[in-house]
Write a protein that binds this ligand. Structure first.
Ligand code: BES
Ligand code: MN
Ligand code: ZN
Length: 496
């Protein structure tokens, strides 16, 4: 597990020693309590004498002269307070963590400059989430201590007026942050450690939070006739698993909402082998399943008032004497037959059976699936938006809205009958690749054939789950994309 800072809120005045961070308004205005610090005059002078003008996300470190027990005062620019969005508070938390520069103990005065409203509990909780997510590192396979992260601010106290309410809000936000970090851990883990069986075991740990977890082994999946998923798994010595995670926080009779994740723990491409360069990144081909697992962790931790199903389909795609071939025809659980054109288009095969099973067993209000499905989505959208494909305008708008608030953004692309034609097969009901053009769309068309009339959305997270740009709140290869987005979707639209 990563080392993360311990964050607590307090209404007491911060200690007048050690490292203290303070907030600063646009024109360099400070809260009165800062001016009253023993070093207040030195800080004011430093601000006046520097380029620092309190702009959003800018910081100034003042080393306090002799005569004060303070070591450093770190001034954090908030910019124009009226412009601060929810996500701004996460960013400020991340910026503050970076500016603490590895201090083992620090106090943060979370007070806005004179005249502005006091910081509210939700804002404080978002700030703390930003701190914690920024602190996340995945370095437990490094055995030399000097290669390990030095930035391990161990104990951080956040001082503000509404500490009691902030602590309550933080309980929930901490659950969400925990879900994001769990998703990051799963994606960062090497593929020799995190195979389908190990992943399923980790999903089983959600029982501790009150989830029901059922694990299907290959025998159970054979019984359910999941021929598409099992075809992918044939080439691997590591047997496939499907984990069905349920959180029952809503009214007993309420239909659940459902999330389904692609969990290819390693994707070599199979017989249609990928080129070697960059293949190591394919340990992250379970980013969809990681997000679903992290989401369930978040929802259960904050005891969301909703019934939620999370299904993760776990396989490894390997070349082998027993692997499936291009030309093979497999029968999916739905009964529809699929001609394998390219064994590297394996994610859709795995999801076909997972979506079908989910729909049949739970009759959910909607299904959202997440998958690192196509390289083509990187060509279309880069790392800044996930691709969104859907048969339902309302669900799409809810997802886009949640994306704006959390800054885990999605961009809708089309699905239609003309694109659907591209995956018709000469020999079977469909083929698993529609060729190079519109590669992300034809992948979505494939999935759409397994969701019936249920409102459904597919998020192609190949560009956002891993290797995405470093931000104030993510310094890790794996971003945990999707956890905050979908937690927000549930919170805003599907809780009693
Ligand atoms: N896992 C890959 C997609 C991927 C690419 C994820 C880059 C993350 C980064 C997927 O299984 C795949 O190989 N897709 C093929 C589909 C093609 C064979 C129709 C692709 O995108 O090339
Ligand atoms: Mn593939
Ligand atoms: Zn894949």
């Amino acid at each position: 597990m990563p080392t993360i800072p311990q964050i607590s809120f307090s209404s007491a005045k911060p200690p007048k020693k050690g490292v203290v961070a303070v907030m600063c308004g646009q024109d360099g205005t400070l809260p009165e309590s800062v001016v009253e610090l023993a070093a207040g005059a030195a800080v004011q002078k430093a601000i006046a004498a520097s380029e620092f003008k309190g702009g959003f996300g800018k910081t100034l470190t003042v080393h306090v002269p002799e005569g004060s027990e303070l070591d450093r005062v770190i001034v954090i620019g908030m910019g124009n307070i009226a412009d601060l969005s929810e996500y701004s508070w996460l960013k400020l938390g991340g910026t503050t963590f970076a500016a603490l520069n590895g201090a083992a103990k620090a106090a943060i005065m979370l007070q806005q400059p004179e005249g502005a409203d006091p910081v509210g509990p939700e804002q404080a909780a978002d700030f703390a989430m930003g701190l914690q997510l920024a602190a996340y590192r995945f370095d437990h396979y490094k055995t030399k201590s000097d290669a390990k992260s030095k930035e391990k601010a161990a104990r951080i106290s956040v001082h503000l007026k509404s500490a009691t309410r902030a602590n309550k809000a933080w309980e929930n936000a901490q659950g969400v942050a925990g879900g994001v970090m769990l998703a990051r851990d799963l994606v960062n883990e090497p593929p020799n450690v995190l195979n389908p069986v190990e992943f399923a075991k980790r999903a089983g740990q959600l029982k501790k939070l009150g989830c029901d977890v059922e694990i299907l082994d290959e025998k159970a999946m054979e019984k359910l006739k999941m021929g598409a998923l099992l075809g992918v798994s044939r080439g691997s010595r590591n047997p496939a698993r499907m984990a069905i995670i349920q959180w029952k926080g809503g009214k007993p009779k309420d239909k659940p909402v459902a999330f389904v994740g692609k969990g290819v723990t390693f994707d070599t491409g199979g017989i249609s082998l990928k080129p070697p360069s960059g293949m190591e990144d394919m340990k992250g081909d379970m980013g969809g399943a990681a997000a679903v697992t992290g989401l369930m962790h978040a929802l259960a931790s904050r005891k969301a008032k909703a019934n939620v199903v999370g299904i993760i389909a776990l396989v490894e795609n390997m070349p082998d004497g027993d692997a499936q071939r291009p030309g093979d025809i497999v029968t999916s659980m739905s009964g529809q037959t699929i001609e394998i054109i390219n064994t590297d288009a394996e994610g859709r095969l795995v999801l076909a059976d997972a979506l079908w099973h989910c729909n049949k067993k739970f009759k959910p209000k909607f299904m959202v699936n997440l998958a690192t499905l196509t390289g083509a989505i990187l060509v279309a959208l880069g790392n800044h938006h996930a691709g969104l494909f859907s048969n339902d305008d309302e669900l799409s708008e809810q997802l886009s809205g949640a994306g704006e608030v959390t800054e885990e953004r999605v961009w809708r692309l089309p699905v239609s009958a003309t694109y659907d034609k591209l995956i018709d097969s000469k020999f079977a009901d469909m083929k698993n690749s529609g060729g190079r053009y519109a590669g992300s769309i034809t992948a979505a068309q494939f999935l759409k054939r397994f969701v019936g009339d249920t409102p459904w959305a597919h998020l192609d997270v190949a560009g956002t789950a891993m290797g995405s740009p470093q931000t104030e709140i993510n310094k890790s290869w794996a971003s945990g994309f999707g956890v905050r987005l979908l937690d927000r979707l549930v919170a805003d639209h599907y809780e009693d």
